[in-house]
Design a protein around this ligand. Sequence first.
Ligand code: IPE
Length: 250
Amino acid sequence: MVKILKIGGSVLTDKSRPSYARIDEIKRISSEISSVSSDLILVHGAGSFGHVQAKEYGLPQKFNPKGLWKTHESVVKLNNMIVEALSIAGANPMPVHPFSCITLKDGRIDDFCCSSISEMVKRNLLPVLHGDVAMDITRGSGIVSGDQLVSYLSRALKADLVAIGTDVDGVLFNRKVLPTITRDEISRIEVSLSGSSHADVTGGMKGKLLELIELAEGGIDSIIFNALIDGQTQKALKGYSIGTKVRRSN
Ligand code: IPE
């Protein structure tokens, strides 16, 4: 059994203020996770600890050594806060920094040795990864979003449960939450899929859905739910169907 949970940067940080963590949300979500943390891999977004810095230094279009370091350094700070909160809440978190273990090719993960992550899960450790900068064999450097990490890990480790916590109730169409979405339906609602209103170098809800739809087509369904609502993260990890289910088209 492997469960993969991503909590978006818009939940954990205030995207309108550079490097501003929502400490209360981090603590609340950490305690929800800690009671159901076995067989789990956690991935978190960067929010204002990454998108702002990446944009400032022209990433991912430019290769900028200082920008790479500053962006990585910033998201590592957020990772430290989350790992600490999880530990205080009673889980056994271990940080995993994608910059040090992933290579991209044209912006997509080309090489990622996941065996240490599976070993952690077997030994009841909770790996905590995050969206990050990464070396790219064709472009020099790039950005690997938490959503891309989720889809890669879900395939590589054959995840049984994939849940993505965001700051909205799911995929919205005409202001209503769609209970399910498939690849065939995405073009119909594309116009209403916004990017983020804040600095976002990885594509907002649209980027997320494209990752998850590909994953579903490969046989792994996922849910997108609102992690700002108390109790929802725990429900998602217990397998409740909340938010929008991204599933394979018939
Ligand atoms: C972005 O990761 C990583 C960097 C900008 C370094 P994500 O795309 O997963 O972050 P959120 O969830 O949108 O904040």
